[in-house]
Every structure is written in structure tokens, then in C-alpha cells.
Write a protein that binds this ligand. Structure first.
Ligand code: ZN
Ligand code: ZN
Length: 213
């Protein structure tokens, strides 16, 4: 039932598929509908809304014809002292446990201090995403605050992590510190034989990445 994620050709990421973007339900600029219409206009066929710590964008959503919208979320969480973002896809947005992990409101969803105080464990986040019928992916692994990313990914896989976000538009990230080379991340994904997804992490209509051949 997660074939809509597992059957994507890697070449489609940021061409016709984008599994990572934000709306004004967290720290994005545009409404979900504005984002979806912009993606559709650019020729995208499949996208996932992945707001920080909230599911509200998926409720009462008007989906334009001709584009598949995957229900997603991006959780801030910790594994010991390692801070990371974990994406959930195809989740049941009415799952009570999943909703308990969510931020209470938009301010809490986007406020860094609250995000740091609100301690979610990666193990619990991954377990809950799976229980809600979804698949769990480590977002932008090259930005993960881990001293040994391979070891961290292996540990997360032991918790039930399905894959990593290999195809990520790192070039834009001024705000993030990149700790690892994207090629190394892909190498780990290949070696472990886990799912490798992709997304642009766009926070506005103007920021949508459309790669051309
Ligand atoms: Zn992130
Ligand atoms: Zn993001």
C-alpha cells in the first residue's frame, strides 16, 4: 500500500515528483492550495505536504485535478543527543498517537525553542509513523547532527526506519550546516538497501525546484 512511494524512479525527484515541502501551516509562506496549484502548473504529478510537526494542512484540502497528494509530516526529534528530522508518508492523519506527537498550534510548530524543549524520541516517532500506516524516512541526512551518520542510520533502521532522503536540494541550504557529502549519503543508502526518496524542502511557491535535463 506504500507503492506510491516505493515505486518512484529516482530521476523523477524534483522533475515530476517532490516529496518534501512546507505550507503556511508551519513555516512556509503559501497556503497548501497555492503550493499544489504551483506544482501542477510546473508539471508535477506527485507531491507530499510535509509541514513541521503538524497535520492540519491535510484537513479540508482542495486538491487540484491531475496531481497526487501524499499525506506527509516532518517531525523534529532526538535520538540521544542527535537532533534530526524524520518524514512520515501515507500516514493516517486521524491516528490518535500520531496526533499526540504533533505540535498544538502553528506557533509551536515553527518555534525553534519550543521544538527543542518538546522532546520527541526518534524511536517513538518512527514507531508511531509505522503504526499510523506510513513509512518513515530520515530527512536531509547530510544535515543530521550526528558524528557518525552511517551508525545513526543503521540504528534508526533497527527502530523501523524505511529509508533516507537521498535526493535533496542541498544547494539552497544556507541556514543548515551540511556535515556530510550527498554522495556519501547515497552510498550508505545503496549499501543498506533501504528506500531512497527525494524532495526540495520548498517553503514558498517561488522556491519550488524544477530540475530540467
Ligand atoms: Zn527538515
Ligand atoms: Zn522540511
Amino acid at each position: 500500500m506504500n507503492e506510491n512511494i516505493t515505486n518512484i524512479n529516482p530521476k523523477e525527484f524534483m522533475r515530476t515528483v517532490d516529496l518534501h515541502f512546507h505550507t503556511n501551516h508551519s513555516d512556509g509562506k503559501n497556503t497548501p492550495e497555492e503550493m499544489l496549484n504551483a506544482y501542477k502548473e510546473k508539471g508535477f504529478k506527485k507531491v507530499a505536504i510535509t509541514d513541521h510537526n503538524v497535520l492540519t494542512a491535510h484537513r479540508n484540502l482542495n486538491i487540484p485535478n491531475g496531481i497526487e497528494v501524499i499525506k506527509g509530516i516532518e517531525f523534529d526529534c532526538w535520538d540521544g543527543y542527535v537532533f534530526m528530522h524524520v518524514l512520515g508518508y501515507n500516514i493516517d492523519i486521524d491516528n490518535p498517537k500520531l496526533n499526540k506527537l504533533c505540535a498544538k498550534n502553528r506557533l509551536a510548530a515553527t518555534n525553534d525553542i519550543i521544538r527543542f524543549i518538546n522532546h520527541r524520541s526518534a524511536k517513538n516517532v518512527i514507531k508511531t509513523i509505522k503504526e499510523a500506516g506510513g513509512i518513515a524516512i530520515l530527512a536531509h541526512p547530510a544535515c543530521c547532527w550526528s558524528r557518525d551518520i552511517k551508525k545513526t542510520i543503521k540504528k534508526l533502521v533497527s527502530y523501523g526506519l524505511d529509508g533516507i532522503e537521498t535526493h535533496y536540494y542541498y544547494r539552497r541550504h544556507r541556514a543548515y550546516t551540511k556535515f556530510y557529502e550527498p554522495d556519501y549519503i547515497k552510498q550508505i543508502g545503496d549499501e543498506l538497501g533501504i528506500l531512497q526518496t527525494g524532495g526540495s524542502d520548498s517553503h514558498s511557491v517561488e522556491a519550488i525546484i524544477k530540475l530540467e535535463d
